[in-house]
Design a protein around this ligand. Structure first.
Ligand code: HEM
Ligand code: HEM
Ligand code: SF4
Length: 331
């Protein structure tokens, strides 16, 4: 590998980095949650909780209640930031238009990307979201984490931000949703100096490169997606942090044409692993499948009798290019 970290990589320990106690983290009951009323009436927003899918509104209410019950000096931005977000969403539904305004550029010293500036256009109604800037945090290749790291991030963002995340954006990054301008540098300092964690890309720069789980866990992988992603992320550090392009540009790496990170749909330059060799056939295994010694589909359908394995029906006839056939009992 060409790029090696310039400083030794620390193993983060939540116990050393944590901000909140267990009591502070678990500070409300399910009964209190049922009784919870948002500071603003939000009937249409609450309607979104009804469907069959988990709702961001239900999650936001948990966070809102949790913040309400924390003492004032345990939060560095507004206590009602979550409730104000929901309230403003209701107002947007009422008016049929957004109440977020594009306003100015915010960022951190030395970087031109990674922070997305956002302000409410009705700060008098929703003072805690007068500023609501988003940070992109560069995810590790294939998004491997341990809980020490995740809990440390959660504490940091609870303390200095809204406590709301998006894991992950379609970019791949961890998205920190909503904080004030004053908190940007402290969050950036904590991330980079303490957690050894960089910001990602936003605006007209190289967007955070992103890769599928690849050969770390996936049997289909034809290339080392993580290695490529890591390499190019480092090679183009300058382009990632200082927007110099007329428009955004993105690399994505898929280990095979299944395209799990949607490199075709969501990248300007897609790297997709393909097979390059003569086709190899394990004739013994083919016979074992035909004779039922190896269960089809890894045994996934064994709960029901699907009949005898039929190599024509289940394999050969499914080839779009008709590239397979049997000859003298051999594939
Ligand atoms: C809970 C609330 C929100 C969620 C879950 C959310 C989610 C996302 C996601 C998934 C992306 C794309 C990340 C990617 O590039 O893959 C994104 C980007 C973006 N969001 Fe949000 N978002 C939220 C709130 C907001 C709000 C309130 C605003 C505006 C006021 C906003 C403005 C933007 C903008 C401008 C970008 C693109 C920025 C760039 O790439 O330069 N988002 N958001
Ligand atoms: C008011 C109009 C629009 C707004 C506010 C808007 C906003 C955004 C935002 C915030 C993103 C970033 C999301 C992400 O990174 O995942 C985005 C991505 C994108 N938008 Fe739009 N958009 C608008 C209209 C359009 C239209 C009309 C098109 C094309 C017909 C378009 C095409 C795209 C594409 C291709 C992306 C990249 C999606 C991806 O990452 O896969 N947008 N847009
Ligand atoms: S794109 Fe291919 S190699 Fe990557 S995770 Fe998906 S199936 Fe596996």
């Amino acid at each position: 590998m060409m790029f090696e970290p310039k400083e030794p990589q620390k193993k983060l320990k939540y116990e050393e980095l944590r901000i909140y106690t267990d009591e502070e983290l678990n500070n409300y009951t399910e009964e209190e949650l049922k009784e919870f009323k948002c500071k603003h009436p939000i009937p249409d927003v609450e309607d979104l909780e009804k469907g069959p899918w988990p709702s961001f509104v239900a999650d936001a209410k948990r966070e809102a209640l949790h913040r309400r019950k924390l003492p004032d000096d345990r939060l560095l931005i507004g206590k009602y930031v979550v409730e104000d977000t929901l309230g403003q969403l209701q107002l947007s539904f009422d008016h049929g238009e957004t109440h977020w305004k594009h306003g100015g550029i915010v960022g951190v010293f030395g970087y031109g990307g990674g922070v997305i500036g956002r302000y409410s256009d009705v700060p008098e109604k929703f003072p805690d979201i007068a500023h609501f800037h988003t940070l992109r945090v560069n995810q590790p290749a294939s998004k491997f984490y341990d809980t020490e790291y995740l809990r440390t991030l959660c504490d940091l963002w609870e303390f200095r931000g809204s406590g709301m995340f998006n894991f992950h954006g379609s970019t791949g990054d961890i998205i920190f949703l909503g904080t004030t301008t004053e908190q940007l540098e402290p969050v950036f300092y904590e991330l980079t100096h303490v957690l050894q964690q960089d910001l990602g890309g936003s605006g007209s720069n190289l967007r955070t490169p992103s890769c599928c789980v690849g050969k770390a866990r996936c049997e289909w992988s034809c290339i080392d997606t993580q290695d490529m992603c890591y390499e190019l992320t480092h090679y183009y550090q300058d382009e990632l942090h200082r927007p110099a392009f007329p428009y955004k540009f993105k690399f994505k790496f898929d280990g095979c044409p299944n395209c799990c990170v949607a490199s075709i749909a969501r990248a300007d330059m897609s790297f997709i692993g393909t097979w390059k060799d003569d086709i190899r056939i394990d004739q013994e295994a083919v016979q074992a499948y035909i004779n039922g010694e190896i269960p089809p589909n890894g045994g996934a359908f064994k709960g029901r009798d699907w009949g005898k394995f039929d190599i024509y029906k289940e394999v050969i006839n499914l080839s779009p290019t008709k590239c397979m056939w049997m000859e003298d009992g051999k594939l």
